[in-house]
Write a protein that binds this ligand. Structure first.
Ligand SMILES: [Zn+2]
Length: 290
């Protein structure tokens, strides 16, 4: 069974590429798709907070509470304020750092090209610059932390649809995560909503028939095993992709990244072997060869 982690970050301050390869070999992950580092955040929020946020986000009536908490953590300059500390969010994550890893470890890593239309005056040129680099397979967008409305993405999404490049998007609240409009305007675009469709979850899963090209990844300590099960039951195994959000969260005993934890979520899913194979790698392999 080929195992591809469709959502991980290149953050050498926590886990460099050589250490990541050793961990991948230990737990049986064949390939990891890397996203350039977008901030200096090294500690996941406490489990109790993440659990409370999941509960309020899963109900439309209380999702606004989670949105208010999120807005309170963003500074006016677009950084994060957590526990009295200001943590920088990088407006233009460094695709070059991932390109170097792709060149050094061909076959083990693939890459997402990070674009931010809010701060990049020419994101289509940035896309053009990186999309020919072997190993880059699609585009990562983060309207949640880069804090822009998804309408700003339309030129990028039109181009990605034309090029058949999948898009991995961490949706934000409200107009910062307008997946309905994206699905209607770009019906042929492959969209992967990060973290099981955060922050919409059930409301996004309910529309899977309307948007046949909408997928989700199962990554991150934002989720837990129960939510992942609900997601796979609602979306179907053919729309779900294994991912980790490494190297954030999931510490092992030595405070290094525990690659096994979120893999266990998928290993224990009540699905057939063929369905598990789809989630672990086959779905992703098909999406990038369209
Ligand atoms: Zn992530």
């Amino acid at each position: 069974m080929t195992v591809i982690d469709s959502h991980a970050h290149f953050e050498p301050r926590l886990l460099d590429a050589d250490a990541a390869v050793r961990k991948m070999d230990e737990v049986g992950v064949d390939q990891v798709v890397l996203i350039p580092s977008m901030n200096g955040l090294f500690e996941a929020p406490p489990d109790a907070l993440l659990s409370a946020m999941r509960t309020v986000m899963r109900r439309r009536a209380t999702r606004g509470i989670a949105e208010a908490v999120h807005r309170a953590t963003l500074t006016r300059s677009g950084d994060l304020r957590l526990g009295g500390k200001v943590i920088p969010i990088y407006p233009l994550p460094d695709n070059g750092a991932v390109a170097q890893v792709l060149a050094a470890h061909p076959g083990r890593f693939l890459g997402w090209i990070f674009l931010n239309p809010k701060h990049d005056p020419a994101p289509l040129e940035t896309l053009e610059r990186w999309r020919h680099v072997p190993g880059f397979i699609g585009v990562k967008l983060h309207p949640h932390w880069h804090d822009y409305r998804t309408a700003l993405l339309h030129p990028i999404l039109a181009r990605c649809q034309e090029l058949r490049l999948p898009v991995l998007i961490h949706l934000g609240f409200g107009k910062r995560g307008d997946f309905r409009t994206l699905g209607e305007r770009f019906p042929k675009l492959t969209v992967i909503a990060a973290h099981a469709g955060f922050p919409f979850f059930d409301d996004l899963w309910a529309l899977k028939h309307r948007y046949p090209n909408l997928h989700v990844d199962l990554s991150s300590p934002y989720l837990d095993e129960a939510l992942v099960r609900d997601c796979v039951a609602a979306m179907g195994p053919e729309r779900c992709l294994y991912g980790t959000d490494a190297p954030y969260g999931f510490e092992d005993a030595s405070h290094s990244y525990d690659y096994g934890e979120s893999k266990g979520w998928v290993e224990r899913l009540p699905v057939t072997t063929a369905e598990r194979e789809r989630i672990f790698g086959l779905n992703f392999a098909e999406l990038i060869s369209r």
